[in-house]
Design a protein around this ligand. Structure first.
Ligand SMILES: Cc1cc2nc3c(=O)[nH]c(=O)nc-3n(C[C@H](O)[C@H](O)[C@H](O)COP(=O)(O)OP(=O)(O)OC[C@H]3O[C@@H](n4cnc5c(N)ncnc54)[C@H](O)[C@@H]3O)c2cc1C
Length: 293
């Protein structure tokens, strides 16, 4: 089912999850085990990330196909402009569509490690809105597109109003859905959503949530993407040994509270960045299952 229909027809908030394609055989074996636990819950769609510079291109499509075949669920590849010419974009998306994709998460991507500025590939795109416009012109209604939104502003565009102007360009170019970057303070999301709606963005805006089960790992990720961890939550998590069961449970309890408040405030769904681990997702859905489709 396409994004635009998933949210239009849903009677209740939609639970969606993000996976990444493992790099090793052990990682695949582990993911298959974790996935069985995740898919025991009412998952509306699964999205699969696209590695830096297309390094996971084949594995992104392999995982998309495997999840769709095994669980008969809408499964969506991500795609970034990093290193991709227009022809390479068409090659990837043609393949994804041939294998059954009806949706894509369309992204610019980050500058490759060691580079501070994003440099478009020859005959490629500088911004995600250009990718969206190109895909809509080429595939029209065969593809429904999601784009990324940033409740605290994008790391290169910290001014929230400007960041939202750029988001509006992606929606105007044809995106049907916004999935946000991770955040831990719902006030940031509510402010962002209000400003987005005031700017004329009418497509569903789905909060992306990353439960903290190992503080050092999430601290690294938030520094890379420019998201912040509120002081109280940081203090609480740092009072436990890194990655210990107590820290995991405190992080998951915080994620349940965060998601619960969002679900009480009219979000169309929540998107969980699972990091290929079922523990937090399972606890969250057990606590909040009554909200979902
Ligand atoms: C839900 C989600 C999923 C993601 N999945 C992946 C993934 O699978 N693989 C991966 O590598 N990365 C992924 N990312 C990270 C993403 O690639 C980075 O955040 C990247 O830095 C920006 O991508 P974008 O599509 O938002 O870019 P854009 O929307 O193009 O924005 C990039 C920067 O350019 C600015 N900008 C946009 N338009 C203009 C304009 N017209 N003029 C001037 N400045 C402008 C923006 O404000 C921003 O600072 C994901 C992010 C999210 C939120």
């Amino acid at each position: 089912m396409q994004f635009k229909d998933i949210y239009r027809t849903a009677q209740r908030p939609v639970l969606s999850v993000e996976l990444f394609p493992p790099k090793t055989e052990k990682g695949w074996t582990n993911l298959r085990k974790e996935l069985a636990h995740i898919m025991a819950h009412p998952v509306g769609f699964v999205s699969v990330t696209y590695g830096a510079g297309g390094s996971t291109r084949d594995n992104t499509l392999k995982l998309v196909k495997e999840v769709r075949d095994r669980y008969d669920v809408t499964t969506v590849p991500h795609f970034t402009c990093v290193g991709a010419s227009r022809q390479a974009i068409l090659d990837f998306v043609d393949r994804a569509i041939a294998e059954g994709a009806e949706n894509l998460v369309a992204l610019r991507g980050d500058p490759p490690r060691g580079q501070t500025e994003f440099i478009p590939a020859p005959d490629g795109f500088r911004y995600a809105y250009q990718l969206v416009a190109f895909l809509k012109a080429h595939y029209r209604d065969r593809l429904s597109l999601a784009v990324a939104g940033y409740p605290e502003g994008h790391i290169e565009t910290r001014d929230l109003a400007t960041s939202i102007e750029h988001l509006k360009m992606k929606v105007d170019a044809g995106a049907d859905l916004v999935i946000t970057q991770l955040f831990y303070d719902n006030a940031d999301f509510f402010r962002f959503r209000e400003m987005a709606v005031r700017a004329g963005i009418t497509v569903p805006i789905v909060p992306g949530l990353l439960p903290i089960t190992k503080y050092s790992q999430i601290d690294r990720i938030t520094k890379l993407c420019g998201a912040s961890i509120p002081t109280d939550l940081r203090k609480l998590l740092l009072s436990f040994e890194d990655g210990s069961p107590d820290q995991q449970m405190a992080g998951i309890a915080a994620a349940i509270d965060q998601a619960g408040e969002l679900l009480e405030n009219d979000v169309p769904g929540i998107h969980i960045f699972t990091l290929n681990n079922s523990l937090a997702t399972a606890h969250m859905v057990e606590a909040l299952g009554h909200y979902f489709e």
